[in-house]
Design a protein around this ligand. Sequence first.
Ligand SMILES: [Cu+2]
Length: 118
Amino acid sequence: MRCSSLIGVTALSLVLATGAAQAHAFLDQAEPRVGNKVASPPHEVTLWFTQKLEPAFSSVTVTNAAGQRVDSGKARVSGNQMSVSLRPGGTGTYHVSWKVLSVDTHTTNGNFTFQVGP
Ligand SMILES: [Cu+2]
């Protein structure tokens, strides 16, 4: 009797733990695409996440090959999507760094690069 109720509790906590892990907002895709090369400097970067974001606590910064920030500083969040406008920053490797708060109150962050040039 005791034994079976213990198993029940363990199974339930496993389900809850798995559900919480899936609920975090992870980067699903990006434009320009992660690691990709584009011919000319993009006018904006857009990120799509696996969960809806809280606009007030979600941000993204973009730096060019010289390490200068080229993003406008004002990310636009809509649902699970976040975009930021870019100034022209020349060719080379761009670094994108993002930090988001998802609607489940969990913060996640990450970064990736893309290339600009012929
Ligand atoms: Cu979460």
